[in-house]
Design a protein around this ligand. Structure first.
Ligand code: SF4
Length: 330
């Protein structure tokens, strides 16, 4: 029997109402527009794409920090899309977030031991002594020392603060961690340390990760599968190796062409995308990527491609892989 995925997202939608111009005309910004994917237990699924593509909103919808406008979020076999705050409360400890800016997400007036133990205070009945003991242990687990427990967040470097954020997320033994750009504010040398730590913890605690990043070179080592987002939609999902070896969508190909390769003798041609990212308030007709796509055809301007399987386990939304459309386009 197939194991139930930890997360299933079906046609998920989220739009925000914004007012524009002198007369305050109301517009709708479609941040996430009908995306579908699943995350298996114990795997790392990464969402990548340019800033504003909807990946962080997706993370917040899955953890129900935001309520969807449409579609469904299933957690461990339960549809939580319409759960009230009361229904969500017992689930909150099972899904924790690690944020990009650890400093902004850590209260500067709290000692590190209080920061790490705060989720335990909210979600468990443990007393102060037990919480302190666990906080000391967690600091050691993430590579800090228990003597750091009495200090404040501003006394630490960016990488150490991210370790505190991870210890805090781990404290309640979640099954899912949504890590939203967890290393983008860190130096490259520190990035790999934090990524290695996340991988070690995943193995030790059987964690499932939704990893959000704008950078395909960061997600390469940590991901099992990757989803590429563009203007609120998923354009491609595949196993990590398949995506890096055989990207199908022209947007994924362009993103990958800008990832540096360690061997300078392996020259690759960089695909420069024309134009800026269009506004999600007024996305282009047909395929949203058509205004920047080097392979754009006439049909792309009017017909939206369907997100479907191009080969087993590899989905793409592009007319180039739709046999019927390509037959009539010839
Ligand atoms: Fe490019 Fe057309 Fe494919 Fe969109 S559908 S990515 S415009 S080829």
């Amino acid at each position: 029997m197939k194991e139930t995925p930890l997360i299933e997202v079906k046609g998920l939608q989220k739009s925000f109402t914004i007012k524009k111009g002198w007369f305050g005309v109301t517009k709708h910004l479609k941040a996430v527009d009908g995306i579908t994917f699943a995350i298996r237990k114990g795997e790392t699924f990464s969402l990548v794409g340019e800033s504003g593509c909807g990946k962080s909103t997706t993370g917040r919808l899955i953890t129900r920090l935001l309520k969807p406008n449409g579609g469904e979020v299933w957690f461990n076999g339960h549809n939580i899309s319409d759960y009230t705050d009361n229904q969500m409360r017992p689930l909150r400890k099972d899904m924790q977030m690690v944020f990009q800016d650890p400093y902004a997400s850590l209260n500067p007036r709290m000692k590190v031991k209080e920061l790490v133990a705060e989720p335990l205070l909210i979600h468990t009945k443990l007393g102060t002594k037990e919480r302190d003991k666990l906080a000391h242990e967690l600091l050691e687990t993430v590579g800090l020392s228990s003597f750091h427990a009495e200090r404040y967040a501003h006394e630490f470097s960016g990488g150490q603060r991210q370790r505190i954020g991870i210890a805090r997320a781990l404290s309640v033994r979640p099954s899912l961690i949504v890590a939203d750009e967890p290393v983008s504010a860190l130096d490259v040398s520190i990035q790999s340390q934090v990524l290695n730590l996340l991988q070690d913890l995943q193995e030790e605690y059987g964690l499932t990760y939704l990893f959000i990043s704008h950078d395909l070179s960061v997600v390469e080592h940590i991901s099992d599968r990757i989803g590429v987002m563009y203007l609120g939609t998923l354009v491609e999902t595949a196993e990590k190796d398949v995506l890096y070896d055989r990207p199908l969508h022209p947007y994924t190909q362009a993103l990958l062409s800008s990832v540096p390769v360690p061997d300078p003798s392996l020259k690759k041609e960089r695909i420069i995308l024309k134009g800026d990212l269009p506004s999600p308030v007024d996305p282009p007709s047909g395929c949203r990527f058509h205004t920047r796509c080097p392979s754009c055809m006439e049909i792309c301007k009017v017909k939206e491609p369907v997100f479907k399987e191009a080969e087993p386990g590899h989905q793409v939304a592009c007319h180039l892989y739709d046999e019927e459309i390509m037959r009539t386009a010839k």
